[in-house]
Design a binder for this molecule. Sequence first.
Ligand code: ZN
Ligand code: ZN
Length: 278
Amino acid sequence: MTVFLCTACGTSYDAPRPPEHCPICEDERQFVPASGQSWITRNALGDAHRNAWRRHEPGLLSLQTVPAFAINQRAFLLRTPTGNVLWDCIALLDPATEELVRGLGGLSAIAISHPHYYTTMQDWAAAFEAPVHLHASDRDWVMRPTPSVRFWEGETLDVLPAVTLIRAGGHFPGGTVLHWAGTADGAGALLAGDIVQVTPGARRVSFMWSYPNMMPLPAAEVRRVAERLAPWSYDRIYGAFTGQEVARDGPAIVARSAARYAEILEDHRAGHTNGPAE
Ligand SMILES: [Zn+2]
Ligand SMILES: [Zn+2]
């Protein structure tokens, strides 16, 4: 058996030859490229790529594969007094990354926002002997079974002190964000994946059923996502892609963005007003 990675989404499969299908890409929340599905072995990925690191604030690093691979999301390494958490996952776990993470104390837990970022979580979990916390609502999207997955149910899960997973829903029924109360300044941060999508100006966020196919969520579900996040206190929001960082006032931005989104969906006239926005 060889580990093959889908080059469109980064999902890994154990197979004797390249698979015919990638169910993650065939779902309408992802896409099969016009040129067809293609594959790379886990070893070949490491030959052509490396991971680049960035420090965002004390205790928070991100890592992202260069040149870009598949969806090109970043993962975060969250360092806390009681252990490190890998938030979201990327396909490339090369020897350099493994040695660096080990040097920082390894991983106590892995948590992933939704199936588009499951990638090679099985390999990360095995390398660091860490559990992978996934919301049970998305359990059918695990393409390589691993004993390391812990499916959690309900609305929140305390992973470590000051590190809580919140089921926000939206893009996937089990769509999860990570709340970190233990930032150095005490203000807190939200690691949002693309469950809460930070938009280019970093003063708004958005919520979609399918990002590549540009299919929105129902207004009622957007309101539910905002309601699930409303009780939480935080300042910064870190999204799945480079540059997606809300610097302050995260809760107000989420509340305002969700309200406006629902307003447009519920009343088409709201999208046809003239003049500058307030
Ligand atoms: Zn795929
Ligand atoms: Zn996604």
